[in-house]
Each structure stands twice: as structure tokens, then as C-alpha cells.
Design a protein. Structure first.
Length: 226
């Protein structure tokens, strides 16, 4: 449908999962990549790099299904995903990755607890125009939606989808209307369907919320009201 068929090998499970090690800051992305913190600080806003570099998206947004077109990245393992969800530092880095890609598309995260979005105040029209004309970014959107759920941010999926729909309805993202209906929306509304489990290799437990949203976490509802 969108990704491939290869799954994570046994040696890539647990704390040996390259995706977990990347989000821990222990290894850099490949090829021609960098450590996650450097990507967040040096690549954010570098739109040409984010557009034409095709080896970073699999590291920032790994999925169970496969590593995509980057053969120097690895599929996300179930245990690796669980370790990321349980590590507050990793989860904070996931949010930074999301902010980076949202800015690239012309959006901004305005509420880390709910996932609410708005147009980015800096260059939103230019970035949206690029997304409207860039089909390979539509494939990236499918990966991002899936990855958010597997990395502990399932609650972010619907607000992202809502923002995309609003921009399609406004005409700014009209070229992506077919991708919305065929791919993006089903990745949110179809989580309970058999086809979804077969495609993504997810079970309900794989969409457990990350530690930031749990009692005592920085983004738990009670903490947000304190």
C-alpha cells in the first residue's frame, strides 16, 4: 500500500533497536545524516535539505512495517517502540521531530498535550504550496501518521489529519485530496479494522501512550493544570 513488507529482524529488538539508539542520541542517522539533536538544531528550517534528502524521514518516524526506501535504516521493533514510549527524553525528541516536519509543511504544534495545530506563522503559504506539489511528501505524511501512533503519540494523529483536511478544503492542499481519502484518513479511522493490523503490524497495545501523557508525566492532564 505505502511501505514494503520487510519487518524488524530479531537482532534489532530491544535496546539494540537502531531506532531506539537513534532517539537515545547514541547513533546517527544514515546515510549522510546526523545525531538526532543535531538534526533538530541544524536541519530545522533547512527546507532544501528536508525536501531532497531522502534518508532522514525513516529515522525520525520509524514504523513496524519496514524501513522504506532507505536501506541504511531499520524497521521499528515492538520492543524498541516500547522503550521509546517509556523514555521521557526519547519522547521529547519525538515531539521535536514532529515540530521540525510540521514547520517544513507549513504547520505548527500549538498544544503538546492535545496535538492541536495551526498554520505556521512563518512562511506557511510557501511551505503549503510545496506540499501541494510534492507527491513524495504525501508518502512521508502516511509514514508520519503511522509512526506517531507507534511512538506513543496516537492522540496527535487526528489533529494532524484534521489540519490536512482543512487545507484540502481551503484549496491550499487540493492536489493531495486523493491521498487524504485513500491513505491518510484510513490510517486514523481504521485502527480497529483487520486490514489496518495486517498492514501496519500494530496491535492496540502498540498504540499505548508515551510516558509524557501518563500520571506524573509532563504532559499528563493534571500536570498541565498545575
Amino acid at each position: 500500500m505505502m511501505f514494503g513488507s520487510a519487518s524488524a529482524a530479531p537482532e534489532q529488538s530491544g535496546d539494540k533497536d537502531p531506532n531506539y539508539r537513534f532517539y537515545r542520541g547514541e547513533i546517527s542517522s544514515q546515510p549522510d545524516g546526523d545525531f538526532v539533536d543535531n538534526i533538530h538544531t541544524k536541519w530545522d528550517g533547512d527546507n532544501d535539505r528536508l525536501e531532497y534528502h531522502h534518508g532522514y524521514i525513516q529515522w525520525l518516524f520509524p514504523v513496524f512495517e519496514n524501513a522504506g526506501m532507505n536501506f541504511q535504516s531499520s524497521p521499528l521493533s515492538k520492543t524498541g517502540a516500547a522503550l521509546i514510549r517509556a523514555d521521557a527524553d526519547c519522547c521529547r525528541r519525538v515531539i521535536k521531530s514532529y515540530r521540525l516536519i510540521l514547520r517544513f509543511y507549513g504547520f505548527a504544534l500549538v498544544d503538546e498535550r492535545t496535538g492541536a495545530l495551526q498554520r505556521h506563522p512563518d512562511g506557511d503559504s510557501e511551505r503549503l504550496a510545496n506540499l501541494n506539489e510534492s507527491a513524495h511528501n504525501w508518502l512521508r505524511v502516511s509514514r508520519i501518521i503511522t509512526s506517531l501512533g507507534e511512538l506513543g503519540f496516537q492522540r496527535y494523529k487526528q489533529p494532524f489529519l484534521d489540519m490536512l483536511r482543512a487545507e484540502i478544503e481551503s484549496g491550499a492542499l487540493i492536489n493531495a485530496a486523493q491521498s487524504y481519502g485513500r491513505f491518510w484518513a484510513p490510517l486514523v479511522s481504521g485502527e480497529a479494522e483487520p486490514w489496518y493490523a495486517q498492514k501496519t503490524r500494530e496491535e492496540a497495545a502498540d498504540r499505548e501512550e508515551c510516558v509524557l501523557f501518563k500520571p506524573g508525566g509532563a504532559l499528563h492532564a493534571a500536570a498541565s493544570k498545575a
